[in-house]
Write a protein that binds this ligand. Structure first.
Ligand SMILES: Nc1ncnc2c1ncn2[C@@H]1O[C@H](COP(=O)(O)OP(=O)(O)OP(=O)(O)O)[C@@H](O)[C@H]1O
Length: 586
């Protein structure tokens, strides 16, 4: 069975410990028949037997031994049970730790396509609730199953040694129990799959709401969000209740069957005692061990419910566990070369699933050149630059860096040659210093300050209460849009890569600051090819070349002066931004 094989594989170093725990469970549970055995001997010898009174006065030593044995076995069972539970906990927690690390690495190595198609809330549910369900299964469900089965079998064996016929009477209840359990398991399984999906939706809604709380507040949509959350919460509640209450449809049958053991014992056992087939002590042994048969039936509902939850959770974990990224980082580049920084697009087309975003794009950028990319929103600019570090792979054509198709370069080496400041700025909850040095933890304080100066960030950083040691909140909360952009720019500059990609990095800074940044970029103290996506002519004007995109196609290319002379898209934008007149410039 796939699920068991998977668990076995992941137990790895804890297999011996887990098997020990299972064996100890069997031993512990088998010991439960010791007490009924000793009580049977005590009843038959000292209470209800023919020579009970005589034995009581003559065999005091035996009575004391039996009582001490009973106490001794109970203590032994308690001690063993404690030790066994520790083994279950250790092995399942260790396994959980290893799987969590493995899954985290797996998620890290996925490509952008994976993140486009997986919701954060769902991934978080897999990494927390689903994983814990696996641990619970190893530490509790399997333990309960093994113990229930052992007690059931041990009781059966013991009963058979006492009286075969009476035991067979009891066994006639087994087939209906199996039928009822099977029907219950079959019915409840899809419910737990559905329940798992609703939990994921609930978590996704919660996660989105918390991370997007500023937007919610800005639009005063709290009531709407609460309603949305309540909807998902009610959905989850209903699914939970439905799954839990299904058990009630089957519960009366199993409870009746469980009670029937006592009835059979009372009628058949009573008759057998009366006609002398079994002794009173043997009847007492049956009576005290009958829970070993009826208890598993009472537990069956919980076990089946948990097993179905486990299957639903495991199928979700396995989705991450076996996910294979389309773009693989082998991490095998030991000697990472420094590229010159030539970039070439050869008839590149790109589709997100079925939607064509880039269409037959060709251009070449020489080392050290500064190229600005401009175009209307949605024209494919970000997509274009995402193809250089292979965040996505081209659908057609080739992207070459230093003359080699990026698909033939080791990802570590390729990305180790590119510094990126993305459009959607993300800062980590760390100090400003830590954020700037993110790509190079060895960066000295002096260099950090230097790159912050180049990115026009030093002044506002020193005005902050703790300067470079100020902790910025999650995603850079506490900083303005322009401040975040400047820290992200310093972070991209600090890695000193031969290719620098800036995606709309100065859109939120004022013109004066932008000019400072432009000067810094021109006078970087390391050779660097720069690709700058920008909407402002003030940013693009000084570039060596400007590429204009429209609908995924390269429609204009040239210097600022050439493009103005062309009187095309660039000229219109220029006029619009400089003279404030409409697009219909004659
Ligand atoms: N991850 C994605 N999955 C599917 N479609 C996408 C994805 N990212 C972008 N698109 C689509 O691809 C097109 C180009 O997007 P892209 O972000 O490259 O444009 P852009 O020119 O950078 O736009 P902007 O100037 O607004 O940043 C858009 O129509 C967008 O809807």
């Amino acid at each position: 069975m796939f699920q068991l094989k998977w668990l076995w594989k992941n137990l790895e170093k804890d297999r011996a410990r887990y098997i020990l725990a299972l064996c100890l469970s069997v031993v512990c549970s088998s010991l439960t028949i010791a007490t009924p055995y000793f009580s049977q001997r005590i009843v038959d010898t000292f209470i209800a037997g023919d020579h009970a009174a005589q034995n009581l006065s003559q065999e005091k030593g035996l009575l004391i031994t039996l009582c001490l044995a009973m106490i001794g076995f109970s203590l032994l069972r308690t001690g063993l049970s404690y030790f066994t539970t520790m083994q279950y906990e250790h092995s399942s927690q260790n396994m959980l730790y290893r799987i969590r690390v493995f899954l985290y690495n797996k998620i890290q190595e996925q490509d952008m396509h994976y993140y486009d198609h997986n919701r954060t809330g769902d991934l978080m549910t897999k990494m927390t609730g689903d994983l814990d369900m696996v641990r619970h299964t190893m530490a509790w469900i399997f333990k309960t199953i093994i113990e229930s089965l052992t007690i059931f079998l041990a009781a059966m064996v013991y009963f058979f040694t006492i009286d075969v016929k009476l035991t067979l009477w009891m066994l006639i209840l087994s087939p209906p129990v199996f039928v009822v359990s099977f029907l219950f398991a079959r019915r409840v399984r899809p419910m737990y799959i559905d329940l798992r999906e609703r939990l994921s939706q609930l978590n996704t809604t919660t996660q989105e709401n918390i991370s997007g709380n500023r937007v919610v507040k800005a639009f005063a949509r709290e009531a709407y969000e609460i309603e949305k959350f309540t909807d998902k919460n009610i959905n989850f509640l209903k699914a939970n209740k439905t799954a839990a209450l299904v058990w009630l449809d089957y519960f009366p049958y199993l409870e009746t069957l469980a009670q029937a053991f006592n009835v059979i014992l009372m009628i058949a056992g009573g008759l057998y005692v009366m006609n002398g087939r079994i002794t009173f002590g043997e009847y007492a042994a049956f009576s005290s061990l009958i829970w070993g048969l009826s208890n598993p039936m009472r537990n069956i509902g919980i076990i089946i419910n948990d097993i179905q939850r486990f299957f639903a959770s495991l199928s979700k974990i396995v989705e991450i566990y076996y996910a294979r990224p389309g773009i693989v980082n082998e991490h095998q580049a030991t000697d990472k070369r420094r590229f010159e920084g030539t970039i070439e697009f050869e008839n590149v087309s790109f589709k997100y699933d079925t939607k064509t975003v880039l269409d037959q794009v060709s251009f070449k950028i020489r080392p050290g050149e500064t190229v600005a990319i401009m175009g209307s929103t949605g024209s494919g600019k970000t997509t274009l630059v995402n193809l250089i570090p292979r965040f996505y792979d081209v659908t057609e054509g080739r992207v070459l860096v230093d003359g080699t198709d990026v698909r033939n370069l080791e990802l570590d080496e390729l990305r180790g040659n590119i510094g990126v400041a993305t459009q959607d700025v993300l800062l980590f909850s760390d100090t400003v210093d830590g954020n700037i040095a993110y790509g190079d933890p060895e960066l000295s304080e002096e260099e950090t300050v230097n790159y912050a100066r180049l990115a026009a960030a030093h002044d506002f950083i020193t005005r902050m209460p703790e300067g470079y040691d100020t902790i910025v909140g999650e995603r850079g909360v506490g900083l303005s849009g322009g401040q975040k952009q400047r820290i992200a720019l310093a972070r991209a500059l600090a890695v000193r890569r031969p290719i620098l990609i800036l995606d709309d990095t100065t859109s939120a800074v004022d013109l004066e600051t932008e000019e400072h940044i432009q000067n810094s970029l021109r006078s970087l103290d390391y050779p660097c090819t720069k690709i700058i996506i920008a909407q402002r002519v003030s940013t693009t004007a000084e570039a060596d070349r400007i590429l204009i995109f429209e609908g995924g196609q390269l429609i204009e290319e040239g210097t600022h002066a050439e493009l103005l002379a062309k009187r095309g898209y660039y000229y219109e934008v220029f006029m619009l931004q400089n003279e404030g007149i409409g697009r219909q410039v004659g």
